[in-house]
Design a protein around this ligand. Sequence first.
Ligand code: ATP
Length: 283
Amino acid sequence: MEITEKAPAKINLGLDVIGKRSDGYHELDMIMASVDLADRVTVREIPEDDVIRIQSSSSFVPLNKKNHAYKAADLLKKSFNIKKGVEIYIDKKTPVAAGLAGGSSDAAATLRALNLLWDLKLSLPELAKLGEQIGSDVPYCVYGQTARVTGRGESVRPITNPKKSWVILVKPEFGISTPDIFRAVDLAEISHPDIMALETAVAMADFPEMLAQLGNSLEAISIGKYPLIEKIKQRLLDSGADGVLMSGSGPTVFALCQQEKKARRICNGIKGFCDEVYLVRML
Ligand code: ATP
C-alpha cells in the first residue's frame, strides 16, 4: 500500500519577532498562508524492518536522516514502537532554503501520510504537537491552512483564508539559512508589523487593508545581507503588483495580485530578471 500527501509551500503575510526566549528561540507572531506550489510525498511499506529510505526527484535535499521527512518517520516509529520499514519519495517542486518551509511541509505531509499508512488515528493537533520536535514551521504545515501562529511556531490557530489572489514567487539563485538571520536580530532595531490588524483585514476579506498591513521583521536583515531582495521587491512594485513582501527569512519575495492578467504580465516581466519564478494561487 502507498499513500501520497501534498506538501504545500507557505508564505508569511506577517511575521513579527516579539522577543527572545530563555530556550534560545525567538517568540514570534505570524500570519501564515499556503499556496498551490506543492511537493508530493509518497510513503510505501517495504519488507525490510526498521529501514527509513528517502528518495527524491531533487538533488538539493539530503537523502539521509537529515531530511525532515526522515525525522518525521523516525519520530513516529519511536513514539509508537513501529518496526515496519518505509520508503518515502519526495517529488520536489518547492525551492529549497527559500523561506517557503519546503522541508517542514514535507515533514508534515510525512506525518499525515504515515498516520494513515500505519493506522495511528492521530488527530491534526496531535500530529502538530509531534511536529514541534522536528521544526518550528512543522505544526503550521500539518494544518496547511491560513493561521495565526505564535510561540516559536508551536501555537497554531487556523483562521479564514484570505481573499483568493494570485501569488508570484520570485526566488533568487542563493539560499538563506534561517538560523543565520535570527542570530542577526536586534530587537531594538527591527520593525514590528501589526499582526492583529493584519488578521482583522484577512478576516474581513479587506484586500487593500491586508496589503497595507503586510510586514516582516526579518526582511531588513535579509536585505542588508542580500540587497538583491530589495531590487526584486522594487521591480515587482514598479510593474504594478498590489503588494510585495519577503517570505520567512527569505530570500523568496512574493507579490500579490487580484487580477490574473496583471499577475501573468508581472510574472513574465520578472522572468528576465530572476530565473526561478512561479505563478501560483493562495490556497
Ligand atoms: P523555513 O521557511 O521553514 O525556514 P526554508 O524554506 O527556508 O524553510 P527548507 O527548504 O525547508 O528551507 O530547507 C532548509 C534546509 O533543510 C536545507 O538546507 C535542506 O538541506 C534541509 N532539508 C532537509 N530536508 C529537506 C526537505 N525534505 N526539503 C527541503 N530541504 C530539506
